[in-house]
Structures are given as structure tokens and as C-alpha cells.
Design a protein around this ligand. Structure first.
Ligand SMILES: [Zn+2]
Length: 203
């Protein structure tokens, strides 16, 4: 039986990815620059068409930040547009807690998380273990653990480590992986799943 997860790649590993001309981190800065949020509001390139609701129904996300308890629950996309106010609230929930900094998160990450929860038919609230990481925070984590990549999509606001209550990590990771919306990493020992809106891959 093919082993789907646990291949030993570190979190957010980008080794082997094509170096496209468009840097994923190019517009990310410190604190939510209004200009960055505005850029995010423009419809993003489609992820896996079809998996993410095309048009129609509003997109909902329920997230709660572990430790501090900040949360968001509601519609963040409707009528073909991301809701700026919702994105701002989500940026806050996904902020770097240790550095007390936030960044405009890539809203496609919210599409990934929303689609995974919907596919699982879950109304539960995601527990977000880690969202945005400043380069300093990431370097510190990488220094502590070899499982944290030094080039992390967390630094680009494109990744989250999370849990979905009532769902095993393996089940969550498997469904997320089948949807092929981005990167999926299963961290059984740590009890969370890494989801991102980068290239499709799993570990
Ligand atoms: Zn991660």
C-alpha cells in the first residue's frame, strides 16, 4: 500500500518546486498594508476549478486561534468578491503571535480551508496552530526543529497548521490531498495538518 503521508519532508518544504518569475512573497509586508489587502481582493487565479465553489454560494470559514482564542466565523466571499472586512479579521486570527505582526494572508488559503471543511461536511471550527510567520519566527522555529523549512509558505501568508475538531488528522489530510488544492502535510505527532495554497504536493 502506498504511503500517502509521513514521507519525512519538512513543513512547507519547497525543494523541487519550479522557480517561477512571480514571487509568492513579493507583495507580503509587515502589518496589513491596505494596498496589499486591496490586491488580495482582486479575484485570485483559480485553484483546482470545480473543487472550490465556482460562483454562487457564499464561502464560509470558521477558525479559532489556539492559545489566544481569537476567532472568525462567517462569510468571507460573496457575489464574486472577497469581503475586505472579513479578510482583515482573518489576517488578525492568522497573525504571528510571537512577533505580534500580521500580513495580508493569501485568501486562496481560506478557499482551501473552506473547501476542505465543506467536503468533510463539517461545521466545526478550525483550530489554527500557526498561520503567518515572520522570517524571524520561522528562522527561530527552523533552528529548533529540522522539520521546519527555512523557505516556508507561512512567511508568505499562504499556509496554516490546523486541526478540525472531530476529524482525525489523517482523514483531514487525505481529503485535502485528494482535492489537490495545494500543499498538504500530516503531522501526526504534533496533531495538526499543514494546508497551503501553493503548488499541489503532500508529505
Ligand atoms: Zn506548516
Amino acid at each position: 500500500m502506498t504511503r500517502l503521508f509521513g514521507g519525512g519532508c519538512p513543513c512547507c518544504e519547497q525543494r523541487g518546486l519550479p522557480r517561477s518569475g512571480e514571487s509568492v512573497g513579493s507583495r507580503r509586508g509587515f502589518f496589513a498594508a491596505a494596498v496589499g489587502v486591496a490586491a488580495a481582493v482582486v479575484a485570485p487565479p483559480a485553484l483546482a476549478q470545480g473543487a472550490i465553489q465556482a460562483g454562487g454560494a457564499p464561502r464560509v470559514l470558521r477558525v479559532r486561534r489556539q492559545v489566544v482564542g481569537d476567532s472568525f466565523s462567517g462569510v468571507y466571499w460573496r457575489d464574486g468578491r472577497y469581503d475586505r472586512d472579513a479578510l482583515r479579521q482573518l489576517d488578525m486570527v492568522f497573525r504571528d503571535l510571537s512577533a505580534a505582526e500580521l500580513t495580508p494572508m493569501d485568501p486562496r488559503l481560506f478557499d482551501v480551508m473552506s473547501t476542505v471543511a465543506r467536503t468533510l461536511d463539517s461545521d466545526e471550527t478550525y483550530e489554527v496552530v500557526s498561520g503567518y510567520r515572520t522570517p524571524e519566527t520561522n528562522a527561530r522555529n527552523a533552528g529548533r526543529s529540522r522539520r521546519v523549512s527555512t523557505v516556508s509558505l507561512h512567511m508568505s501568508g499562504m499556509a496554516a497548521d490546523c486541526r478540525l475538531p472531530g476529524r482525525q488528522g489523517l482523514g483531514l489530510a487525505r481529503v485535502a490531498s485528494e482535492l489537490q488544492l495545494g500543499g498538504v502535510g500530516l503531522y501526526t505527532r504534533d496533531g495538526f495538518v499543514h494546508l497551503d495554497c501553493g503548488p499541489v504536493r503532500r508529505w
